[in-house]
Write a protein that binds this ligand. Structure first.
Ligand code: TXA
Ligand code: MG
Length: 305
């Protein structure tokens, strides 16, 4: 792994790496993030892997051009107003997603979070990559968001392709996350004060996110027996060797690869949901690496109904 100072060559190389699905850490005005191509689901799965997350969380898509907001989500008047006032800057807007955004980016949610950072290094990297980037804070699961390149190296050092050392992040606190997909609600208080937002659009609610995708049909972890008299959708880890009494089967990974399984997880679940089955039975996956995040989400789905 390399810690490098930003130069024209470094920025071009790093942007190209991310465009192709590599992982690069760099400063934003809030905290250091680790970025990759938001439109590449496998690259996004790698992010969860290196952060050693035992669960999936929706990520923020970072853009450098206001026009990209319309490509990624359905924009309303409030969003236009706030984007023109506070972007680039530490405000993240949550809006209804368009199909171009991969399911793994939003962890299955119908909304996507977008922000335009103001740090010149982040802006330049996004521009040169030529694609939107997902950029979660560059910390390991359960640890604090880093504000210097050294802290990133300590947490993610040998697990990513490059760290760009652009000095200390000026703000040091994450962006404010504002949900505009229904009544304006601050989901994460952050660097942009809520009062500033209220001056622009009037009173907003402040409450933590209900960030779990809820299905219209029940999900059960498969424990060896299928129910009778129900139209079953089967979520297989690998191609089943025996005939399965299911109306519809989705396979997470033909080769049994956990990263590939994570990449496909939310889109397979949604295809089963749309296929008209009554219930989903999901084959357990090995509980290591990204398999932990898959099992965590399956358990939450099973508990929820
Ligand atoms: O300042 C920041 O926003 C930093 C820098 C690196 O840009 N990034 C960051 O990303 O903090 P991350 O992934 O560590 O945090 C993303 C936050 C989480 O709290 C997540 O739940 C929320 O944004 N979020 C993302 N998409 C969402 C969605 N569709 N609905 C609700 N919350 C969402
Ligand atoms: Mg974070």
């Amino acid at each position: 792994m390399r810690i490098v100072k930003p130069s024209q060559e470094v920025l071009s190389e790093a942007a190209e790496m991310m465009r192709k699905g590599g992982l690069v850490a760099f400063p934003t005005e809030t905290v250091y993030g680790v970025g990759t191509n938001a439109l590449n689901p496998t690259a996004v799965a790698k992010i969860f892997e290196v952060k050693k997350r035992s669960s999936f969380e929706p990520l923020i898509v970072h853009i450098a051009d206001r026009a990209d907001l319309d490509r990624l989500c359905v924009v309303n008047e409030m969003a236009k107003n706030l984007a023109s006032r506070f972007w680039p800057g530490p405000l993240t807007l949550v809006l209804p997603k368009r199909p171009i955004v991969p399911e793994i980016v939003t962890a299955g949610l119908k909304t996507v979070a977008v922000r335009m950072p103001s740090h010149p290094i982040s802006l330049e990297l996004i521009r040169r990559a030529g694609v939107p980037l997902v950029v979660p804070s560059a910390n390991l699961f359960g640890q604090l968001s880093p504000t210097t390149a050294e802290e990133v190296a300590r947490q993610l050092g040998d697990r990513i392709d490059m760290i760009i050392d652009g000095g200390r992040c000026p703000l040091g606190i994450e962006s404010t996350v504002l949900d505009l997909s229904s009544r304006p609600t601050v989901l994460r208080p952050g660097s942009l004060p809520v009062e500033e937002i209220e001056k622009a659009i009037g009173e907003v609610e402040v409450k933590p996110a209900e960030s779990h995708y809820s299905l219209k049909i029940p999900v059960r972890i498969f424990r060896g027996e299928f129910p009778t008299g129900k139209k079953v959708g089967f979520l297989a880890f690998t191609p089943p060797r025996k005939k399965v009494p299911a109306a519809r089967i989705e396979i997470l990974s033909p080769s049994g690869d956990l990263r590939e399984a994570a990449t496909n997880f939310f889109s397979c679940i949604q295809r089963l949901e749309r296929s008209g089955v009554d219930i989903i039975y999901a084959e357990p996956v090995p509980e290591r690496e990204l398999g932990r995040a898959i099992m965590d989400r399956l358990r939450k789905m099973e508990e929820s109904r």
